[in-house]
Write a protein that binds this ligand. Structure first.
Ligand SMILES: *Cc1c(COP(=O)(O)O)cnc(C)c1O
Ligand SMILES: [Zn+2]
Length: 497
C-alpha cells in the first residue's frame, strides 16, 4: 500500500527515523555499557548482558491500541527493511538506520492450526508456528537479521573492514550466520565451529554452501562454545551466538508475531518452546513482557519450556519450587534427537532466571513452566505431527510431546490454546526420521520405533520378463507400452484399486 493510502493518524508512525538510546545492561551487577563496541559479557563481572533502551518510556506515551494499529498497518508497507523483524522496529533495535537493515525474508512465519486428530491426541487446541519457513529454515534467522543489521551499522558508521563473524553451533546458528554474512559485501567474512558428527548433513551443507569457513571440533556443542568464547575474548572477531544480546532482540519478534496473529489477545495461549542454549525462551519472555509493558497486550500468555531428558539442566533447576533453594548445575548431555537443543550449560541461563522472576511476578507462578520429555516421546510426536500436515523438526516434536504431557499433568489447562514452536524445518532433521524408519538408532538414544509410525519406499517389480527402461537407454514404443501396463497393473494390485 502507498503511504498516501494509509489513514492520516498512522502515516507519521510508518517509517520512523532512528530513535532511542540503547545500552548493554549486565544481568548480574546491573552496570551499563555503551553499544559502540561489541560486548558479550560484562567487562566488570563477566556475566551475560541484555540490551536496554534507556528512552523506553517515550514509547509508553503511545497508547497500546494505537501501537496495534501501527503494527497492523505497517504490515501492508512494501519497504523491505520494514517487512521482517523490523516491522516491530520500536521494540527491537530502533537505533538501527533502516538503510543498514539486512532483510533476507525472515519473520512473518505461518501459524498453522492442528487438525482434530492432533488436537485429540494432545488434549487441547493447538497451532504450530512454522519457524522452519525462515530463509535458512530455522528461527535463528530472526536473531541473525538483528545481529547482522547491527554489525552492518557498526561497520558503516565506524568504517570497519575485514570483520570475522564467528559462532559455535548445533547446526542452525551456523547456517543462519553463514547465510547473512554471505549477503553482506562490506568486508564481513564468517567462520563456524561445529561439533564433529553432531550436526545433520543438511545443516553442514548450509554454511558450506554459503561459503563460510567450516571448522569441526571434537566434542559436543558445550565444548565448541568454550572455544569460541575464548576466541571472542582474545581475538578481533564478532561472536554471533545468542550470547550476543543483539540475537535476543531479533528473536523477540517471534512473540510479537504471535500477539499480532491472535489479534493481540494472548490470554488463552500457552506458548511452547524447546530450550537449548536458552536464547529463544529468553527472547520469548522478553518479547511478551515488552508488549505488556506498552499495553499492546493486556494479559501475558503462559510459557512452557520443554527439554529432553538427555539435556535437561533448566528443567532440573525449576524442579525446586523454593527460589531461595534453587541452584543451577550444568549437566553432561547424552545423545538426543533434539540435537539443536542438546546443551548442558545454557549461556542464557542468567537471563532466563531474571526474566522468569519478572514474568511470574506479573502473571503468577504458573505462568512459566518447564517440562521434560523422553527421546521416544519426541520422535513419536514429531512423526505424528508430520503425518498430519505439519513440517516439524525434532524440536517441534519436543514441543508437541511437552504440551501433551503438560496437559496430562495438569500444568496446562485443556481450555488453553497452545502455540508450538516448530523451530526448524523437518527436512533439516530428516536423518532422525530415517533412523526411526529403518530402526537404526544407537542404543543411547533409547528410541524404539513404533510400527504404525514407520514408513519405507517399496520398489515396484512389474514381473518377470517385463522390459525395464534404463537411464540413457529408453525402450522402443511397444516394449515401453508393455512396461507401462505391467507396472500399472502391479501398482493397482498393491494398492488394492
Ligand atoms: C537453536 C535451536 C533450538 C534451541 O534454541 P535456544 O535458543 O538455544 O534455546 C531449538 N531448535 C532449533 C531448531 C534450534 O536451531
Ligand atoms: Zn556485571
Amino acid at each position: 500500500m502507498r503511504t498516501a493510502q494509509f489513514p492520516e493518524h498512522i502515516r507519521g508512525y510508518l517509517e520512523p527515523p532512528p530513535s532511542g538510546n540503547y545500552v548493554y545492561r549486565c544481568t548480574h551487577c546491573e552496570r551499563q555499557f555503551g553499544i559502540e563496541q561489541l560486548l558479550y559479557t560484562c567487562p566488570e563481572c563477566r556475566a551475560v548482558l541484555m540490551l536496554e533502551d534507556l528512552e523506553w518510556d517515550r514509547l509508553r506515551r503511545v497508547p497500546g491500541p494505537l501501537w496495534r494499529e501501527i503494527f497492523d498497518y505497517r504490515a501492508m508497507l512494501r519497504r523491505p527493511a520494514l517487512k521482517g523483524v523490523y516491522r516491530y522496529r520500536e521494540l527491537l533495535g530502533s537505533i538501527i538506520p533502516l538503510e543498514c537493515v539486512v532483510y533476507l525474508g525472515e519473520g512473518h512465519t505461518p501459524v498453522v492450526e492442528a487438525n482434530s486428530r492432533v488436537r485429540d491426541w494432545a488434549g487441547l487446541p493447538l497451532y504450530f508456528k512454522n519457524d522452519g519457513q525462515n530463509p535458512s529454515a530455522s528461527f535463528k534467522d530472526r536473531g541473525m537479521a538483528s545481529a547482522f543489521s547491527y554489525l552492518n551499522t557498526l561497520t558503516r558508521q565506524q568504517g570497519l573492514a575485514d570483520i570475522l563473524a564467528i559462532c559455535a553451533s548445533t547446526g542452525d546458528t551456523s547456517a543462519a550466520a553463514a547465510l547473512y554474512a554471505s549477503y553482506l559485501t562490506a568486508g564481513i567474512k564468517s567462520a563456524v565451529l561445529l561439533p564433529h558428527g553432531k550436526v545433520t548433513p543438511q545443516q553442514l551443507g548450509q554454511p558450506l554452501g554459503a561459503g563460510a569457513r567450516v571448522l569441526e571440533i571434537p566434542g559436543v556443542f558445550d565444548d565448541c562454545m568454550k572455544v569460541v568464547e575464548h576466541l571472542a575474548e582474545h581475538y578481533p572477531v564478532a561472536l554471533m551466538n545468542s550470547k550476543n544480546a543483539w540475537r535476543i532482540l531479533g528473536q523477540e519478534s517471534y512473540s510479537y508475531e504471535i500477539a499480532q496473529d491472535f489479534d493481540y489477545d494472548v490470554s488463552r495461549l500457552v506458548v511452547t518452546v524447546p530450550i537449548g542454549n536458552a536464547g529463544n525462551i529468553t527472547a520469548v519472555l522478553m518479547g511478551f513482557l515488552k508488549l505488556h509493558d506498552l499495553g499492546i497486550i493486556t494479559e501475558l500468555p503462559q510459557i512452557l519450556g520443554v527439554q529432553s531428558e538427555h539435556a535437561n539442566p533448566v528443567y532440573l533447576y525449576y524442579l525446586e519450587p523454593d527460589p531461595r533453594r534453587r541452584a543451577f548445575h550444568p549437566v553432561t548431555v547424552r545423545p538426543s534427537v533434539a540435537q539443536a537443543a542438546m546443551i548442558g550449560n545454557p549461556v542464557s541461563m542468567p537471563r532466563v532466571m531474571r526474566l522468569v522472576e519478572r514474568y511470574r511476578g506479573l502473571a503468577g507462578e504458573a505462568s512459566v513452566r518447564v517440562i521434560e520429555v523422553s527421546e521416544q516421546e519426541i520422535m513419536d510426536a514429531m512423526l505424528f505431527a508430520n503425518r498430519n500436515g505439519h513440517v516439524a523438526c525434532t524440536q517441534g516434536g519436543e514441543c508437541l510431546a511437552g504440551i501433551r504431557k503438560a496437559v496430562a499433568d495438569r500444568i496446562v489447562a485443556k481450555e488453553a490454546w497452545a502455540v508450538l514452536d516448530a523451530t526448524a524445518h523437518a527436512l533439516k532433521f530428516a536423518v532422525f526420521q530415517e533412523r526411526y524408519f529403518n530402526d537404526a538408532f544407537e542404543p543411547e538414544f533409547e528410541v524404539v520405533p513404533k510400527k504404525e509410525l514407520q514408513n519405507r519406499p517399496t520398489l515396484v517389480d512389474p514381473g518377470a520378463g517385463v522390459p525395464l527402461p534404463q537411464p540413457g537407454r529408453p525402450l522402443g514404443p511397444e516394449a515401453f507400452q508393455v512396461f507401462v501396463e505391467a507396472t500399472a497393473k502391479t501398482i493397482a494390485r498393491m494398492l488394492e484399486l
